[in-house]
Design a protein around this ligand. Structure first.
Ligand code: KIV
Ligand code: NA
Length: 262
């Protein structure tokens, strides 16, 4: 069983493998595949709820999906993703909302941002709530970026990110997600920190990798970023299955004797 202190072991050697899940069925499949860390991402706003971005996802929605995943997971470390405006407005909000994730079974929470959230990370850590940081292209700031664009290409922004990473670590973060940034910047952040980095669109030098489940399964193809590699094509499989079912019912081939009671 994977526990928060085990994260340190992934700093040198073995890679930390993370995938998102939003329900019990996939949590179980992920565990059967031997993957030990599950992120209940606010990406569910896009892949489950069909929204253009993650901004409208609520605490109640995140807690519902986190409860489903945590209730099914038996081995994996479950990280709950704090949604937009659940931790930004005040330290007190942040702490209370983080606690609610642990109350529904998460082992840690994740939140986006650097210096602006360092005090939140400190408070949570002091309260016994392990925190995963998230730097680079942080989707809850999509309006500020003017779209989903790689971040940290300019030297000043890259330097700020390195400082933010150090500050998150000093505040007690147990790992940091690095999203959509140049591979060499992710490498220097990774080399600087004693806690593991988890890359997504951040090159091969991170201590671990994370992908959105439906992206890696080839189930969601409305928008496929450069950093996604589909390891299956489940949307094509689903379409084929549904069309065949429709056709067979129309043609009177399904149900046949073997699907019928006598
Ligand atoms: O919401 C999410 O799925 C995430 C990961 C992509 C890191 O934040
Ligand atoms: Na997220």
């Amino acid at each position: 069983m994977m526990k928060v202190p085990d994260l340190r072991r992934y700093k040198h050697g073995k890679r930390l493998i993370v995938v998102t899940a939003y329900d019990a069925l996939f949590a179980r499949i992920i565990e059967q595949a031997g993957i030990e860390t599950i992120l209940v991402g606010d990406s569910l706003g896009v892949v489950v709820q069909g929204k253009a971005n993650t901004l409208s996802v609520s605490m109640d929605e995140m807690l519902y999906h986190t409860k489903l995943v945590a209730g099914a997971a038996q081995q994996a470390l479950v990280v709950g993703d704090m949604p937009f405006m659940s931790y930004q407005a005040s330290r007190e909000d942040a702490l209370r909302n983080a606690g609610r994730f642990l109350q529904v079974g998460a082992h840690a929470v994740k939140l986006e941002g650097g210096s602006a959230v360092v005090d939140r990370v400190h408070d949570m850590t002091q309260t016994g709530i392990p925190v995963v940081g998230h730097l680079g292209m942080t989707p809850q700031s999509v309006n500020q970026y003017g779209g989903y664009k790689v971040q940290g290409k300019e030297a000043a922004q890259a330097e700020t990110m390195v400082q933010d990473a150090k500050a998150l670590e000093a505040a007690g973060a147990v790992a940091i997600v690095l999203e959509a940034m140049p591979a060499d910047l992710a490498k220097s952040i990774t080399d600087t920190l004693a806690i593991p980095t988890i890359g997504i669109g951040a090159g091969p030098h991170c201590d671990g990798q994370v992908l959105v489940l439906y992206d890696l399964l080839g189930l969601f193809d409305d928008f496929v970023p450069k950093f996604v590699k589909p390891y299956a094509h489940l949307k094509a499989d689903a379409l084929q299955a549904l069309r065949r079912y429709k056709e067979e019912v129309e043609q009177g081939k399904f149900p046949s004797d073997s699907e019928s009671y006598r």
